[in-house]
Design a protein around this ligand. Structure first.
Ligand code: LMR
Length: 336
C-alpha cells in the first residue's frame, strides 16, 4: 500500500450494509466524501443473516474499486463484532415503510432491533462512538438505542433530518430561481415525519431573508411546508421504494458536518433535548446545530421563532412524546 496518510483510520459501522441506502452510502464513505480525501477508513459492514450473501457481493465491489483510503472491510451478522471499536455507528438497516404507512407504523417492527444494537454499541464500541440513526422512525429508534446504551453519553446519539433540510433548500431555491447553494440557515425542527417544521422564517437566500425573496406567504405555509413533510411519501409513490441515494447523501452530509467546525452555518440534526426552545427534555428532536472549533456540537441560541413556528414545533414534539410512550410501553423501557 503506497498510501501516505499518517492518520489513524476512522472505523465506521454500517447496519443494513447490503440494503438500498447502504449500497448508495458505502462507496461514498470509502471514496473520502464523508471524512475527507486524506482520512483512511475501516468499514464494519453489518447485515442480518439473510443479507450476508448480498453483502459479500457489495464487499467484492468495494474491493474492485481499489479505494486508497480503505484499510479494512469487516463483514458480519454478529453485532459484537460489527460494533467492535467503532468511531461511528450508522444505523441504517430497518424495515422501510411502504405506500400507505407512516414512519411511526414501523415502531413495533423496528423498535426492538434498536435495543439490541444499543446494547451491542454500549458493550463494544469506543466510548467516544457517535451513533447516527437513519432507520425509521429514526428519532424514536435513536432514543431506544440511547436508552439501551447507558455507558455512552446521550450527546453522542443523533437521528437524521438532513434529508429534510436538503429537500427544503431545493424547494426554496427552485421557487426563487436561484442555485441551491444560495439557501442557508435552514433548520428543520421536530420529528422526521410529516409534522416536521422547515423554518423558512429564519432561513436565508443569499443575504436576504427567504420571506423577503419569496413573499407569497400562502405558498410558504400551505405548499412548501407540506411538500417537504410529504417528500418521503412522494418518493415512495414515484419509485415504488423509499429514498435511497438521497438518504445516503444526507448521511454523508450529517456526519461530515458533525465532524468539522460549522463557521456560522447551522444544520438540522436530531439530538437529545435539554429543553431548548421549550422542547420536551429527553426526547431526540431536530434542532439547529452548530459545531465549534473543538468539534463539539451545540444547539444554536437566540433563534427567534414566531407564534406560528412555535405551534408547528410543539405539535411535532408532541408526536415524539406519543411515539416514545408507545415504543417504551412495547419494549418495557422506562422514561427516566
Ligand atoms: C424519507 O424521508 O425518504 C425516508 O424517511 C423514507 C420514508 O419512509 O419516507
Amino acid at each position: 500500500n503506497t498510501f501516505s496518510s499518517k492518520k489513524e483510520p476512522i472505523r465506521v459501522a454500517v447496519t443494513g450494509a447490503a440494503g438500498n441506502i447502504g449500497y448508495a452510502l458505502l462507496f461514498r464513505i470509502a471514496s473520502g466524501a464523508m471524512f475527507g480525501p486524506d482520512q483512511p477508513v475501516a468499514l464494519n459492514l453489518i447485515e442480518i443473516e439473510p443479507g450476508m450473501k448480498a453483502l459479500a457481493g457489495v464487499a467484492m465491489e468495494l474491493d474492485d474499486c481499489a479505494f486508497p483510503l480503505v484499510t479494512e472491510i469487516v463483514q458480519t451478522d454478529d453485532l459484537s463484532v460489527g460494533f467492535k471499536d467503532v468511531d461511528w455507528a450508522l444505523l441504517v438497516g430497518s424495515v422501510p415503510r411502504k405506500a400507505g404507512m407512516e414512519r411511526a407504523d414501523l415502531l413495533g417492527i423496528n423498535g426492538k432491533v434498536f435495543v439490541g444494537q444499543g446494547k451491542a454499541i454500549n458493550d463494544n464500541a469506543k466510548p467516544s462512538v457517535r451513533v447516527l440513526v437513519v432507520g425509521n422512525p429514526c428519532n424514536t429508534n435513536a432514543l431506544i438505542a440511547m436508552k439501551s446504551a447507558p455507558d455512552i453519553p446521550n450527546e453522542q446519539f443523533f437521528a437524521m433530518t438532513r434529508l429534510d433540510e436538503n429537500r427544503a433548500k431545493t424547494q426554496l431555491a427552485q421557487k426563487a430561481g436561484v442555485p441551491v447553494k444560495e439557501v442557508s440557515q435552514l433548520c428543520v425542527w421536530g420529528n422526521h415525519s410529516p409534522s416536521m417544521y422547515p423554518d423558512f422564517e429564519n432561513a436565508k437566500i443569499g443575504r436576504q431573508k427567504v420571506t423577503d425573496v419569496i413573499q407569497d406567504q400562502a405558498w410558504l405555509r400551505d405548499t412548501f411546508v407540506p411538500v417537504v413533510g410529504q417528500r418521503g411519501k412522494a418518493i415512495i409513490d414515484a419509485r415504488g421504494a423509499s429514498s435511497a441515494a438521497s438518504a445516503a447523501n444526507a448521511v454523508v452530509d450529517t456526519v461530515r458536518d458533525l465532524s468539522s467546525p460549522s463557521h456560522g452555518e447551522i444544520h438540522s440534526v436530531c439530538v437529545v433535548s435539554r429543553g431548548e426552545y421549550g422542547t420536551p427534555e429527553g426526547i431526540i428532536t431536530s434542532l439547529p446545530i452548530r459545531v465549534d472549533g473543538a468539534g463539539q456540537w451545540r444547539v444554536m441560541e437566540g433563534v427567534k421563532l414566531s407564534e406560528y413556528a412555535k405551534e408547528k414545533i410543539a405539535a411535532s414534539n408532541k408526536e415524539l412524546l406519543e411515539e416514545r410512550e408507545v415504543a417504551f410501553g412495547q419494549l418495557g423501557l422506562s422514561i427516566s
